[in-house]
Write a protein that binds this ligand. Structure first.
Ligand code: NI
Length: 169
């Protein structure tokens, strides 16, 4: 049975350091372990309970290059599991939109992101896959890959729309 995990919070000084630390690559031969499969199921549930569209392992205190992303392009499909994701073929053109983050509750800002990209990653069985994404899905993928590199949307925001005063100075 999956269980929802606690989402680490940027406003917590000790948790902030973890959220800002680049995560380690997943060892593909270990991906099938009960512990790792359980982590993925728990991340699905944690994301769903929090009404999120994506969640990265460092947000639940696990420093691995692993994230889950809702299939905004195909809502009847299981969420993407991104293991060791790499982004390429990034569009030269950016677009601005509002973002928030489950680890920075109450704070929203405008973030420029590539409109289109190609995703290359491994799925939960360690099989490589490729996908093209654009607009909101591409934005969520970029946000989650940033988490794996210790970067948060507030580092890229050009302005804040809500909650800026909540951020530590
Ligand atoms: Ni986030």
């Amino acid at each position: 049975m999956a269980k929802a995990r606690r989402i680490w919070n940027y406003l917590h000084p000790t948790e902030r350091a973890m959220l800002q630390t680049p995560a380690q690559p997943c060892a593909l031969p270990d991906l099938g372990s009960r512990e790792n499969q359980r982590l993925i199921d728990d991340m699905f549930l944690t994301m769903r309970r929090a009404n999120g569209v994506g969640l990265a392992a460092p947000q639940v205190g696990v420093a691995l290059r692993l994230a889950v992303v809702l299939r905004l392009d195909a809502p009847d499909q299981d969420p993407y599991v991104l293991v060791n994701p790499v982004l390429d073929e990034l569009s030269a053109q950016d677009e601005d939109d509002e973002e928030g983050c489950l680890s920075i509750p109450g704070v929203y800002g405008i973030v420029p992101r590539h409109i289109r990209l190609r995703l290359r990653a491994f799925d939960r069985r360690g099989q490589p896959f490729t996908a093209m994404a654009d607009h909101l899905l591409a934005r969520v993928i970029q946000h989650e890959v940033d988490h794996l590199n210790g970067r948060l949307f507030i580092d890229r925001a050009t302005s804040f729309t809500r909650g800026e005063s909540l951020l530590p100075s």
